[in-house]
Design a protein around this ligand. Structure first.
Ligand code: ADP
Ligand code: MG
Length: 213
């Protein structure tokens, strides 16, 4: 099985950009129920910027692609989740520094570091109705799978289930923490965007690398 190159990662960022743009209105609607309704728009602007900038890298490395993406999220997204998504990709970039291409083990370590970074920054735990409810099970599933294609597939499934699980939760972080019991019955916007991101990576991986499944 081949490792993930900077070229692959660039394509993954572009695939995430397309999926987030397609989900923009849905993400805004989810954020409208419990927040200020900007999550889809903010995220799609940031990923469009990232997709543009990663294509302009003169000497792309996996770490550089992730670093540029984190800058777009930090600079163009704003708000609570811009800093959180930015720190996710920044930690990922640091975790794979100097690697010319990423092995399955590199990717497992990368996601673990990224999750640790976002938890350290946002202080949310599973059950608090945030993006962590999708990200934590996704990273766990990614680490538990035996092959790279399985990791992408299982992580996408776990992220989707994790996002759906937020529907019964009361929010403890972000703007949604003021909504109390009213949050019940609504999926968290950030958890849903994490699920969209993992679904996009899985589709790209399965379609782009059909021989390696
Ligand atoms: P803002 O609340 O600044 O408008 P967004 O609408 O872009 O930011 O993102 C809201 C999402 O951010 C929430 O749905 C939730 O998933 C996530 N979020 C908020 N606070 C935290 C936190 N402390 N830790 C993890 N995720 C958080
Ligand atoms: Mg918002």
């Amino acid at each position: 099985m081949s490792d993930l190159t900077a070229h692959d990662l660039t394509d993954l960022i572009r695939a995430i950009d397309r999926a987030i743009t397609a989900a923009r209105d849905e993400l805004n609607a989810l954020d409208s129920a419990l927040g200020d309704g900007d999550h889809g728009t903010a995220l799609s602007i940031a990923f469009a910027d990232a997709a543009d900038k990663v294509g302009q890298l003169e000497t792309p490395t996996p770490s550089a692609v992730l670093q540029v993406t984190s800058q777009s999220l930090l600079n163009r997204m704003g708000g609570a989740s811009g800093a959180l998504y930015g720190s996710l990709f920044l930690r990922a970039a640091v975790a794979v520094k100097d690697r010319p291409a990423l092995t399955h083990d590199d990717l497992k370590a990368m996601w673990q570091a990224a999750l640790a970074g976002i938890v350290q920054r946002g202080k949310a735990q599973v059950g608090d109705k945030t993006m962590i409810d999708a990200l934590h099970p996704a990273v766990q599933a990614f680490s538990d799978a035996a092959s790279l294609p399985d990791s992408f597939a299982q992580a996408a499934r776990a992220a989707q289930e994790g996002a759906e699980s937020t529907s019964v939760m009361v929010a403890r972080h972000g703007r949604a923490r003021f909504t109390g019991e009213r949050a019940i019955g609504h999926v968290d916007a950030g958890a849903r965007s994490v699920a969209v991101m993992f679904a996009a990576m899985n589709s790209y991986w399965q379609e782009g690398h059909p021989d390696e499944a």
